[in-house]
Design a protein around this ligand. Structure first.
Ligand SMILES: *Cc1c(COP(=O)(O)O)cnc(C)c1O
Length: 465
């Protein structure tokens, strides 16, 4: 691509983001009406001018989306995207990089590994030959990879015999506030929902490690269950809680169980010298989930799975075939060390962002969002609301007497705020609380004090409505 095309892609990405900020965050539309409109506007039974087709697609997306890149979208970890990541994603699509085997896309594969080594260093690992890391479609795939790799590690016969060949049922442990992707992971592995042990949490919504130890001991005592994995979450989805990672690491060391850290969103804190101390202990994990499409502000579909046990990764994923090009000495073929076969260059945009921003630039983005989180907490308190979670990360769960007393509900307030077009927040159920509360996360690096003030005003208006 000519260099001027890069500049225009960057400018387009930026211009669209700025335009969106002047409009409503969300629109509501009935599924059947939208289905009809799409069929009408986008006929598939004849060829059309591509400019026209793309303009139609953009018009539909713009009118009918919750705009997660809007500075007043305070939702579920869906970020504004850094313009250079949009350009890099378009660029890799143009070349259609195929990363199943290293030899087909050596440059893209090495650019990705370069980014992953940087991420490993931020975790506190040495970026040496023992690192096995790859980009995934997201946190779900990364967490599934953790389950598969931990199974392969704990039960040497598993790859061949499956779970039927095991003397006891494998069970894994995740805090009650952990992510539900582990439910799907155990289903996919043929273990069933009962294989997930939800460990109680303390008043700060963090895993109770004494309860974890008890649960593992009890399961082992029955002889029917085989504990093989503990998940510590660094930044829970509902409330941004960080499990006590060092205590979990101690328990896993002593009891001989794989420690996976799910830092899908919270991993971003590692880029900030101010915040990274809150994730201490993550470096003791055997594997880590870290989504670039969350706090690293990269486009949807870019997660990462990082692991320090190459033998386990190989035992989990390695499948040989007679038709794939043979491997090159000194490089892994991505399809033999991960879940995907054909794969696009998911991580090239991540590398583009790391290189464009540099450590200080990325730290500034993360710290700005953390500061906006603090501003939101302070503003909510001033406006007479109550903050009910405790986290250094920019995720605020809050309520009001009128919600607690049942005069209104968090869902009603969220709906009112959404309909106003001003902002987007969601209701959330936290452990040990009867009624749902409101949840607002700073997900956009474009969010400023004025956006925070607008959210608080919209919530206050909804409470008074
Ligand atoms: C978002 C999230 C996931 C799931 O990741 P996806 O990228 O949505 O598949 C898993 N764990 C945590 C803690 C998350 O926040």
């Amino acid at each position: 691509m000519p260099r001027s095309s890069f500049a225009s892609l960057l400018a387009t990405a930026d211009a669209i983001a700025r335009q969106l900020a002047n409009g409503p965050v969300a629109t509501r539309v009935a599924p059947a009406a939208l289905r009809r409109l799409v069929a009408e506007r986008l006929p598939l039974d004849r060829a059309q001018d591509p400019d026209q087709v793309l303009a139609t697609i953009e018009d539909l997306i713009r009118r009918f989306s919750v705009h997660v890149t809007h500075p007043r979208y305070f939702g579920l970890f869906n970020p504004s995207v850094l313009p250079e990541t949009v350009a890099a994603a378009a660029l890799t699509a143009v070349y259609n990089c195929q990363e199943a085997v290293w030899s087909h896309a050596p440059a893209a594969a090495e650019i990705e590994q370069h980014a992953l080594r940087r991420m490993a260093t931020l975790i506190g690992w040495s970026a040496d030959a023992a690192l096995r890391a790859h980009f995934t479609s997201g946190g779900q795939e990364a967490n599934l990879s953790a389950v598969v790799v931990a199974l392969a590690h704990a039960f040497p016969g598993w790859a061949e015999q499956g779970v039927r060949g095991l003397p006891a049922d494998p069970v894994l442990y995740v805090a009650g506030e952990g992510h539900h992707s582990f439910i799907r992971a155990v289903r996919v592995c043929g273990l069933g929902d009962a294989a997930v042990r939800w460990v109680p949490v303390d008043a700060q919504l963090r895993m109770d490690v004494a309860a974890l130890r008890d649960a593992i001991a009890e399961d082992r005592a029955t002889g029917r269950h085989a504990p093989f994995l503990v998940v510590g979450t660094a930044g829970t989805t509902a409330a941004g809680a960080i499990d006590p990672l060092p205590a979990i690491a101690d328990a896993c060391d002593e009891l001989g169980v794989w420690f996976h850290c799910d830092a899908a969103w919270g991993g971003g804190a590692l880029l900030s010298p101010t915040l990274r101390g809150h994730l201490a202990g993550i470096e003791r994990a055997h594997s880590v989930t870290w989504d670039a499409h969350k706090w690293l502000s990269c486009p949807m579909g870019s997660g990462a799975f990082l692991c320090r046990r190459p033998d386990a990764v190989a035992a989990a994923f390695d499948v040989a075939s007679g038709y794939m090009p043979s491997a090159r000495e000194g490089a892994d073929d991505p399809h033999r060390v991960s879940m995907q076969w054909s794969r696009r260059a998911i991580g090239v945009p991540v590398a583009a962002a790391l290189a464009t921003r540099g450590p200080d630039g990325y730290a500034a983005l993360i710290d700005h969002q953390a500061a906006m989180g603090d501003a939101l907490r302070a503003g909510l308190l001033r406006a007479g609301l109550r903050v009910v979670n405790d986290t250094p990360l920019p995720l605020v769960c809050f309520t009001h007497d009128r919600i607690d007393s049942g005069t209104t509900t968090a869902a009603a307030i969220a709906r009112h705020v959404e309909r106003s077009g001003v902002a987007w927040v969601s209701p959330v159920k936290l452990a040990a609380r009867e009624s749902r509360v409101l949840r607002a996360c700073i997900t956009s690096f474009r969010t400023e004090q004025g956006d925070v003030d607008a959210l608080i005003a919209a919530v206050t208006a909804a409470l008074d409505a």
